[in-house]
Write a protein that binds this ligand. Structure first.
Ligand code: AHM
Ligand code: MG
Length: 341
């Protein structure tokens, strides 16, 4: 009977044993921590609801005229788009109702939020990153990093002003033609794709690893006037013919999620250097740099700041602190490091 079933599904080219995100999370928990309380699994489940809901709103944005300026400014002074506000609300509500989250840091909220109830986790997020691209239909994404609360904590800023090495999970969901979730719980990186018909994230890219080298650089060169000489020289040298006679290719979308997604899949280097005089970076440590650095390291890549220090070792002083960042294939990051000597 089962052979007959197999042959029918094979003939119809239907995989009847797909791994959904929920199945994956439960399997991982069984394998890695069979005695765990399951709280992190439940939290990841609530996260996927937020991703689906945000993906749904982005897809229908044009239809319901969500695109446009909402008229308010967020904590870092940017003009918020309607979708930024909606994405933030969706995220807050999903985390609040999960009952597993005690502390939430959002790019769109000046202060951290401490929920009532007994959640044991702190979540840091940029609910819709790259929102300046929304009107052009270019991919945007949600970035997230998760800490377990400190021992005996009732939920405070101390639960998130910690090194990135202490995060227990991180990832992003990129909303484009379809939604792609890249997730790490510290056991490598796995990629999932949202099947909108099934309403499920399906494991499509298990055990992702970034190529060791690739002649692609991704940086907003419009800012090069403000870079340190080392960064200027490094990028200038990438434009010269290399050993194979060809220069590096430049690829820059301007959505961190999309630029990192390509970098993980193809290899290369992504950078957002800090201003060499003011030392100000643009990308925020807790919910942009840390999650991407954790993913990159878990995929076999590297992530450092302008001084060559490991991103995950930075200790943030404020929840919206920023840093310069260079991340991607180890071969490419190592090459940048040689310019710092
Ligand atoms: P945002 O969080 O306000 O969307 O800003 C972050 C975005 C990143 O997605 C992207 O890497 C960067 O800003 C692009 O900045 P720029 O337009 O200066 O190149
Ligand atoms: Mg944003």
């Amino acid at each position: 009977m089962s052979t007959q079933h197999n042959s029918v599904s094979e003939q119809m080219n239907v995989d009847t044993d797909i791994i959904t995100l929920t199945r994956f999370i439960l399997q991982e928990q069984q394998k890695e921590a069979p005695n765990a309380t399951g709280e992190l699994s439940l939290l990841l489940n609530s996260l996927q609801f937020a991703f689906k809901f945000i993906a749904h709103n982005i897809r229908r944005a044009e239809l319901v005229n969500l695109i446009g300026i909402s008229g308010s400014a967020n904590s870092t002074g940017d003009v918020q788009k309607k979708l930024d506000v909606i994405g933030d609300e969706i995220f807050i509500n999903a985390m609040k109702s999960s009952n597993n989250v005690k502390v939430l840091v959002s790019e769109e909220q000046e202060d951290l939020i401490v929920f009532e109830g007994g959640g044991r986790y702190a979540v840091c997020t940029d609910p819709i990153d790259g929102s300046s691209n929304i009107d052009a239909g270019v991919s945007v994404g949600t970035i997230f990093g998760i800490y377990r609360l400190k021992e005996d904590s009732q939920g405070s800023i101390k639960d998130v002003l910690r090194k990135g090495t202490e995060m227990v999970a991180a990832g992003y969901t990129m909303y484009g033609a379809s939604a792609h979730l890249m997730l790490t719980t510290g056991q490598g990186v796995n990629g999932f794709t949202l099947d909108t018909q099934l309403g499920e994230f399906i494991l499509t890219q298990p055990h992702l690893t970034i190529p060791k080298t690739r002649a692609i650089y991704s940086v907003n060169e419009g800012n090069s006037h403000y870079w340190a000489d080392s960064a200027k020289q490094y990028i200038a040298d990438l434009k010269k013919p290399q050993e194979d006679g060809k220069p590096y290719s430049a690829r820059y979308i301007g959505s961190m999620v999309a630029d990192i997604h390509r970098t993980i899949l193809y290899g290369g280097i992504f950078a957002y250097p800090a201003d060499s005089k003011s030392k100000n970076g643009k990308l925020r440590i807790l919910y942009e740099c840390f999650p991407m650095a954790m993913l990159m390291e878990q995929a076999g890549g590297a992530a450092i700041n302008d001084k060559g220090e490991r991103i995950l070792e930075i200790l943030p002083k404020g929840i919206h602190d920023k840093s310069g960042i260079w991340l991607g294939s180890t071969g490419e990051v190592d090459r940048y490091l040689t310019y710092l000597k």
